[in-house]
Ligand binder design. Sequence first.
Ligand code: ATP
Ligand code: PYR
Ligand code: K
Ligand code: MG
Length: 578
Amino acid sequence: MSQSLHLLTPTTLTFPKPHSSSSSSFLNPFSTPYRRFPVTTGFPTFSIKASAADQKPSVLVSGNGTSSSAVPSQQDYASSTSIEVDAVTEAELRENGFRSTRRTKLVCTIGPATAGFDQLEALAVGGMNVARLNMCHGTRDWHRAVIERVRKLNEDKGYAVAIMMDTEGSEIHMGDLGTSSVKAEDGEIWTFSVRAFGSTLPERTINVNYEGFAEDVKVGDELLVDGGMVRFEVVEKLGPDVKCRCTDPGLLLPRANLTFWRDGSLVRERNAMLPTISSKDWLDIDFGIAEGVDFIAVSFVKSAEVINHLKSYIAARSRDISVVAKIESIDSLKNLEEIILASDGAMVARGDLGAQIPLEQVPSAQQKIVQVCRQLNKPVIVASQLLESMIEYPTPTRAEVADVSEAVRQRADALMLSGESAMGQFPDKSLAVLRSVSLRIERWWREEKRHEPMLLPAIGSSFSDSISEELCISAAKMANNLEVDALFIFTKTGHMASLLSRCRPDCPIFAFTNTTSVRRRLNLQWGLIPFRVSFSDDMESNLHKTFSLLKARNLIKSGDLVIAVSDILQSIQVMNVP
Ligand SMILES: Nc1ncnc2c1ncn2[C@@H]1O[C@H](COP(=O)(O)OP(=O)(O)OP(=O)(O)O)[C@@H](O)[C@H]1O
Ligand SMILES: CC(=O)C(=O)O
Ligand SMILES: [K+]
Ligand SMILES: [Mg+2]
């Protein structure tokens, strides 16, 4: 079977004539600013199609990380006369035009400060793309209620907020405190115990979830709460109780993570044998599957095996849920590439990561994870302490703004709020800071062309995959050189949309897909503006239809220059909106 890239209809390799004043020179479009092209009524003006007629586009599912066995329900498909885009993006497009739309996506952890309907709506209005539920906290009923509110907001008000469930994982952590927080002062003696206490804990006592804790620690070990937010030294062991002296005072939060260190390195004894997905996590995962969450983030991933296992578990239940690997342990760094390859995305979980490796190594680990994800075409979220001071104060520190800027400059797909939105005093202001810093830094590197091109390795395993990659790389390059207004991608599985996003083009990417679940999942990816619309295999009619639907809503106008890419035909077309 031979396959080749060729021009669909070589005779139509024509370009709209330049304005009459310059009609004597029929210019090479690749060196001509697009503004010199007049509005044309007929399109396509130029098209490339890969001749892979014997390969169905569905081949593209492989490597896309989405479950190919999921069968969307009938009502999941868009009706033939409507186009769905989320209300916030629509307003943004109308007010500011294409170019100024935000490319970096925003994830907010939902907690007591933001679980109410109005608070969730304020976050949706503020640009939240994904709501994260941390199963370390709250009951399943509590999380279900949040999911229902988000769904209702999406349905009633036209938002497209996706839901990410984050597993608790089975690392060592403290139990509930009976209050929202408690202060440990310098020199105080606290008891860390594996005993089961009733509903009230004795004073200065902390429950530890890991049974082997009292056996594994030694007198002289250093005990770090939340990666060093509070520190203790082990002074005495009394059966199930471990007495510790506070050496670095601070606030203890319920279910905070615990690590212990000996002679300057992390102790990983039997807890290293704890399963990544605990039995409680499996129940939470069943809950997430039943509720139809869009993403499941797996805490403390150590190898690709657990990701593969979870993905088959989800696929066997015919669900379309993306699995995000949280990189927050030494093992996950060791096995980084295989873990990311197996996953549908990754999170740089700097909170726990900073408790497992020296803090000064976290920035380089972040850069590496972001880079590997980009190369392997998986969305990446940078998380934890981006705006930590905003839990208490209405403005960020300069250092926090610099940290957020760096993540945007690295062109991570998404930024995440943790305590800032879950239990802080200024969730909306925190989100507004992420939004404005993202917009400013994105504009800065577009204007200054500060970004260095990244070599994107071939990742596809089939010839059809390679065609898709090459088409996207070419389309993104053409889009930058021609300074087009937008890239349009028609995609059933979302795969081609993510390949375009991987190229991080200067213009926004309008991603048209025909299922709600794909549309919601595209919310996590850099630069994608997901729309749901029904389409056929006839690209001309798809384009006509989307142009007229978008024009009717004032989202595009005649004359806008667009490059359209499709995974249905594996084609590229360049045209002015008629
Ligand atoms: N559902 C919830 N109910 C109550 N409090 C919550 C909830 N979710 C988060 N919080 C509070 O917000 C803080 C930050 O939340 P977050 O989920 O980011 O914790 P984390 O410790 O950074 O994450 P992880 O446990 O996954 O490492 C938590 O320590 C907790 O106090
Ligand atoms: C988000 C998370 O799990 C962490 O930073 O540890
Ligand atoms: K978690
Ligand atoms: Mg963590």
